[in-house]
Design a protein. Structure first.
Lengths: 436, 304
């Protein structure tokens, strides 16, 4: 048995092609080194099926197998799906904590404490005004001052209450914008469903859909910041995406199920927005707490008076109900009495003020807790992100090394080709002239 | 670390570190420039509620302080008025003793009676002393003069008292019930100072033996009794002033300790934070320097 004389040329050619493909892949990696969501790719090389030579040795009569070069089976992307799932879980939690932190920080800013313009200092001014009235019970100016301090106090209560309402409304609007028609949820879901279809077609046509897979993964990452997601991979790439504990999967192959109802358990930004504004949520309880302070203030002041000073039972409805001339410093008819004014001035540091201080403490702890949680989760997400980057990211040093490796490989294959060619030349040119 | 390291990882880690470094530097700068440790409640939630409480207490104490000072001025004015009443009553007593010893003729006694009447008027004027637009001796009817000028001697005020709050739950009564001294005049026959003075003037004028006798006995006894009452009222006013003074100095101590507590809770410890600031600045500079040099290098620099 002999070896086909042109086999060597074919083997060298296969080497040239494989090395060139690998070089191209490295080149593509380098080009995409800074592309968001790109996973590095590698050309998978495999030896060609060998040529069986039945008897290569006349002495032993044994056969052998002769390698016939190399071929590129596929260009695959390097990606760890387990890390993807982890990243998305933590990213949902991080984005929930960020949303919470953002909204609560706005609420904290609305409280404007400690400052000389917040409710605490206006309350203090109010008690001082009553104290001054106790010193000059017959002074019209002192009565005017009590009413003015009362009105300022009412104003800051109303402002804070309406700011808290606005923050809650804006959180609701943000939720609606994200989940509404052509909102981010629907947009991402449509793109993912479309990619599912294209990936399937591409696979069927034998084309590795690496870029599309990268794009889909990036969309899933973005989706995970909105709510918890679970991706169930199907063998035909028609993946199912469950979203925010909703009743039906958001994406089933090429089908999109949206809109759906989400609850506070949705996770991610959407879950956090629902939880903040829901009953028992942080924003709601701040608003309720503020109402309680306003009501306590009105009750504790009014119970000393026959003509109520405050009307209203919530922060938003609190109002000064009397004119300066109706302000009572004393319960008796005597103009110079001051026992009522003294009693009200002595409410300083009482239940209303303590309630408010507790509320400020609560908003502070809420913001702090949300901020701490955000920082911790950010660390986790960064760590997982680094691990993903470690697996899938492009290392320029590595690609440069690959370039050299494959370039040398290409050069060597070319040299093999030259050797073969020279061998054949010997055979053709230097073995005499046939038929002359 | 056995994992692959890519330039993107180095870049993002460097950026994160720079951000963190700059973040704490900003925070320290805020603390230094505002002089406050607690810029918002989340910096120290319990501390923030403490600050609210302490600031209110401090404001309350300054109210109590001004109340006590106002009370002291009130009492000083009242004491001056009562001393002046006492001087007038002493002068009447001298006239009474002279009138009773029988060496003066009727026209002298008439003159004495006139003087007593003038002194009565001046006692009533003293009773009508005002402080900051309020009558001191009218009880809570502070816009009504306690006595009308002229012959009418009935007390116009009431027996209610006015107090000043000088501490949490602590009050001091500043009013003096002058009607226990002056009474309602001759018509009421209450034996109080105005009744006594009017009777003395009448007895000086009467010119009878009984009247002259009364001057040296019942009138003198009554007047001495009235002077005794005045001394008691002055003592009460003096003790109120003492209470106010005590409250004032206690208040100062409290203000000192609460200011200290507030400062401990809320004020930046400038020395400590300045050191921290210097450290953070050095760390930030080092991070910047590292970021500028590390990311520039790669295998490319060394390939031919």
């Amino acid at each position: 048995m002999t070896i086909p004389s042109l086999q060597g040329l074919q083997t060298a050619l296969s080497g040239l092609i494989a090395e060139q493909t690998a070089l191209d892949t490295a080149g593509n990696n380098i080009a995409n080194a800074n592309t968001e969501g790109y996973s590095r790719e590698t050309a998978l090389l495999e030896p060609n099926p060998p040529l069986t030579i039945p008897a290569i040795s006349s002495q032993t009569g044994r056969g052998a197998q002769l390698g016939t070069g190399v071929s590129v089976t596929t260009i695959t992307r390097i990606r760890n799906t387990y890390l993807d799932a982890q990243y998305r879980t933590q990213n949902s939690a991080l984005s929930a904590a960020s949303a919470q932190s953002e909204v609560l920080e706005q609420a904290q800013a609305a409280f404007n404490e400690p400052s000389s313009a917040g409710i605490a200092s206006q309350l203090s001014n109010f008690w001082t005004a009553w104290n001054n009235l106790a010193v000059s019970p017959t002074s019209e100016a002192a009565k005017e001052a009590v009413v003015a301090a009362g009105q300022q106090l009412v104003t800051v209560f109303k402002q804070l209450s309406s700011q808290l309402t606005t923050i809650a409304t804006q959180a609701g609007e943000q939720y609606n914008a994200l989940t509404g028609p052509s909102g981010e949820v629907e947009d991402y879901a449509n793109q993912i469903a479309q990619l599912n279809g294209q990936i399937k077609l591409s696979e069927e046509a034998g084309q590795p859909p690496n870029e599309m897979l990268d794009r889909r993964d990036e969309l899933l990452d973005k989706l995970s910041s909105l709510a918890n997601i679970t991706v169930t991979e199907a063998s035909d790439h028609m993946d199912t995406v469950s979203f925010g504990e909703a009743a039906k999967p958001l994406v089933e192959g090429t089908k999109v199920n949206w809109p759906q109802t989400l609850t506070e358990t949705a996770g991610g930004r959407l879950g956090a927005l629902l939880a903040l504004t829901g009953p028992g949520g942080a924003l709601t309880s701040l608003q309720t707490g503020l109402d309680t302070v306003a009501e306590t203030l009105a009750t504790t002041v009014n119970e000393h008076l026959t003509t109520p000073f405050f009307s209203g039972e919530t922060a938003a409805t609190l109002a000064v109900a009397v004119k300066a001339s109706e302000v009572q410093a004393s319960g008796t008819k005597a103009v110079g009495g001051n026992e009522v004014a003294r009693a009200i001035a002595a409410l300083r540091g009482g239940t209303a003020e303590q309630g408010y201080a507790a509320l400020v403490e609560k908003v502070g702890s809420d913001v702090r807790a949300a901020g701490d949680e955000q920082t911790n989760l950010q660390t986790t997400v960064t760590a997982i992100s680094d691990q993903r980057e470690s697996v899938s990211g492009v290392s320029l040093d590595e690609e440069m090394t690959n370039l050299i490796t494959y370039q040398r490989g290409y050069q060597a294959s070319a040299r093999t080709l030259t050797a073969m060619s020279e061998m054949l030349e010997t055979l053709i040119e230097h073995t005499g002239v046939v038929g002359l | 670390m056995s994992e692959r390291i890519t330039p993107a990882m180095v870049t993002s880690a460097t950026l994160n570190d720079l951000n963190a470094s700059l973040g704490s530097l900003t925070r320290t700068t805020d603390e230094l420039s505002s002089g406050k440790k607690i810029l918002e409640p989340s910096d120290n939630p319990y501390g923030a509620s403490q600050v609210i409480d302490l600031q209110s207490q401090l404001e309350g104490l300054s109210s109590y302080e001004s109340n006590a000072q106002d009370g002291i001025s009130w009492e000083n004015t009242a004491s001056t008025a009562m001393s002046s009443m006492g001087q007038a009553a002493q002068r009447v007593r001298e006239l009474l003793v002279q009138g009773a010893n029988g060496t003066y003729n009727q026209s002298d006694l008439e003159t004495m009676a006139l003087q007593v009447e003038q002194l009565t008027e001046s006692v009533k004027q003293d009773a009508n002393t005002e402080y900051a637009g309020q009558y001191l001796f009218s009880g809570t009817a502070t816009t009504t003069a306690p006595y009308e000028q002229g012959a009418e001697d009935e007390y116009q005020g009431n027996s209610e008292s006015v107090s000043r709050a000088v501490g949490p739950g602590a009050t001091v009564t500043v009013t003096t019930n002058i009607s226990t001294l002056l009474g309602n005049g001759e018509a009421s026959k209450d034996g109080k100072l105005l009744d006594t003075l009017r009777t003395i003037a009448k007895n000086l004028r009467a010119g009878t033996v009984e009247a002259r006798e009364a001057l040296g006995t019942t009138d003198l006894q009554n007047l001495d009794g009235n002077l005794e009452t005045l001394t008691q009222l002055q003592a009460t006013a003096g003790s109120a002033t003492d209470q106010l003074q005590t409250a004032l100095s206690r208040n100062e101590d409290l203000q000192g300790s609460i200011s200290q507590a507030l400062s401990n809770t809320d004020d930046t410890n400038v020395a400590a934070v300045s050191v921290e600031y210097a450290n953070e600045q050095a760390a930030y500079e080092a991070a910047l320097r590292a970021a500028a040099s590390i990311v520039q290098e790669s295998l490319l620099n060394f390939l031919q």
